[in-house]
Design a protein. Structure first.
Length: 294
């Protein structure tokens, strides 16, 4: 009988050359922050998690959780405003393109353990959580299961949380993500996702390389939370939804959230798509600051 070999963190990139190309693009987007920031790596049971931190030491703490295929750099439209009032830790989610190195996959049932370990590694007892898309789902699940560690939670067009992903989203995602990712197919897909909104070119390139240069990873299959789960959310919660979001019906999500989460502050931003943190950056920043400073 042989002893089981210990797990070791493994790069998700297809080759060292493709990883180098991606990291150059990563730095180009991180340079858009244009404020002082510090890189950190926290060891967890799920691997090494990379974070980019900004804002005054000793200020209230805020964690930023990115969407699927994204990472900490995506907050360039928001980081200056948020870090003016908070000590902000922007996260590269393990298993997603970025500088984190996974050891074992995050799943629908273990991701809250990962966030708790990150907070422990940072010496944080409690924090505000802000998440977009998949990051919103992760933040809400953490607020449900670990309310003792969440001051307030902000959900920006969160994936699946209140309603399953639309058939149109699944249909448009199947070929470019799961079957045959190509540059042209992904460009078309992202234009559909943002309703034609012209994203920052450096950010758009990073998103493309994140899919083209990495090996497929086990997905965190986000599903809608039950009525019972949503009704037990006691953490103060704000929900901002893109009125042109294509991942679900914005009005149905708004109504279910208002019905089930006690005291939630919910708003549909009419002219924004799923990329609302960039499209409506000034509004989103002001809403987050007001909500989390209350």
């Amino acid at each position: 009988m042989t002893n089981a070999q210990p797990l070791t963190p493994t790069s998700i990139f297809k080759s060292p050359e493709l990883e180098k190309q991606y990291m150059e693009a990563y730095q180009a987007v991180l340079d858009l922050w244009n404020i002082p920031h510090t890189a950190l790596d926290i060891s967890t049971h799920f691997g090494s998690t990379h974070l980019n931190a900004a804002g005054p030491q000793g200020a209230p703490t805020m964690l930023l959780l990115p969407g699927f295929g994204a990472n900490s750099t995506m907050w360039f439209p928001n980081i200056a405003a948020l870090s003016s009032q908070f000590r902000v830790y922007a996260i590269d989610t393990n298993g997603q393109p970025g500088k984190s190195i996974p050891l074992q996959p995050l799943t629908p049932s273990n991701n809250s353990e990962w966030i708790a370990e990150l907070m422990d590694g940072l010496g944080i007892t409690k924090a505000h959580l802000v998440g977009i898309s998949l990051g919103g789902w992760l933040a809400l699940r953490f607020a449900i299961h670990r309310p003792d560690r969440v001051s307030r939670v902000v959900l920006l067009d969160p994936a699946a949380s209140f309603e399953g992903m639309s058939f149109a989203f699944l249909r448009h995602s199947f070929l470019p993500f799961m079957v045959h990712p190509t540059r042209s197919g992904l460009v078309k897909y992202f234009r559909w996702m943002t309703g034609g909104y012209h994203v920052n070119e450096k950010w758009g390139e990073l998103m493309l390389l994140g899919i083209l240069n990495t090996r497929p990873q086990p997905p965190i299959r986000a599903t809608a939370f039950s009525d019972k789960e949503l009704q037990q959310v006691q953490t103060p919660c704000m929900l901002l939804i893109g009125g042109r979001s294509v991942i679900y019906d914005p009005q149905r999500v708004y109504r279910r959230a208002r019905k089930l989460i006690p005291g939630i502050q919910a708003e549909v931003i009419p002219d924004a798509s799923h990329a609302l943190n960039a499209e409506a950056a000034d509004l989103v920043n002001s809403r987050i600051l007001k909500f989390c400073q209350t």
